[in-house]
Design a protein around this ligand. Structure first.
Ligand code: IPD
Ligand code: CA
Ligand code: CA
Length: 255
């Protein structure tokens, strides 16, 4: 099945890459920061058609609304273009993210970094890969030497979960904080040891499904801010190499 997920992620990625920088139609969703383009929709359509043809009994949960059969044992959780704001502004950091859950547990995940043409993939209990290279999270054990990443939801102006204060505290305590604009890619850089920690509020299931498994299969930890287990439906997400997790929990929970 992983081969099929990789195949369709790349197909969707080709559509995205082909239209990159061209004059595409952009609409607002909830506000002027929250965009959707015709390319998000075409990418999603391509993925959905493939699943419906090859796995007609499977459920689908996809960002741009193509939900069906969500009570099925196997559900595909799809972000057809993660990093739409970057894409619309011609910043080449965005991805296709597809996770597959069986009875609520993620069994496979693929993130396709479209412009770098890199496939990040993982299957449950089988490790995580950057193309064919096995990935491991970093060994950094001091937060003061850690490079962190975060992102902000589209309603960040409302300061959900005190995100601005948490941003300040973690930025001061670490070597640096980055904000790339594609949560799925943030997870993969963490899995590959580039980042040491990643936290964000109000992510959606399609932002996290593949990435969470990829981090866990690289030896990392993904929890709620307080260190308790989380699901792809949780609103507070903390991911790390495991070694700095306690230090991040302490600071996140102090706010
Ligand atoms: C967004 C990106 C971004 C994150 C936002 C997401 P989208 O997804 O993952 O990094 O900070 O919260 O909504 O809308 O580009 O698919
Ligand atoms: Ca997304
Ligand atoms: Ca998206």
């Amino acid at each position: 099945m992983i081969e099929d997920i990789i195949y369709i992620s790349k197909k969707a990625g080709e559509i995205i890459r082909e239209a990159f920088g061209k004059n595409i139609f952009v609409e607002f969703k909830t506000n002027e920061s929250n965009l959707v383009t015709e390319v998000d929709k075409r990418s999603e359509q391509t993925i959905i058609e493939f699943i419906k043809k090859k796995y007609p009994q499977h459920g689908i949960l996809a960002e741009e609304g193509s939900g069906s059969n969500v009570d099925s044992d196997v559900v595909w959780v799809i972000d057809p273009l993660d990093g739409t704001t970057n894409y619309a502004h011609r910043l080449p950091i965005f991805s296709v993210s597809i996770g597959v859950q069986k009875n609520g547990e993620t069994i496979a995940g693929v993130v396709y970094d479209v412009m770098q043409d890199i496939i990040y993939s993982a299957e449950l209990n089988s490790g995580a890969y950057l193309n064919s290279k096995r990935m491991r999270v970093s060994e950094t054990s001091l937060l003061s030497r850690a490079l962190l990443v975060t992102g902000f939801p589209y309603h960040i102006a409302e300061n959900p979960e005190n995100a601005f204060k948490r941003f300040e505290v973690l930025t001061k305590a670490s070597r640096g904080m980055r904000r790339l604009g594609s949560a799925a890619i943030d997870f993969c850089y963490l899995a590959d040891g580039v980042f040491d920690g990643f936290w964000e509020v109000s992510l959606n299931p399609w932002d996290m499904c593949a990435g969470k498994l990829i981090v866990e299969e690289s030896g990392g930890l993904v929890t709620d801010f307080d260190g308790s287990p989380m699901t792809i439906y949780s609103k507070r997400m903390l991911a790390s190499n495991g070694k700095i997790h306690g230090q991040m929990v302490e600071l996140l929970m102090s706010q």
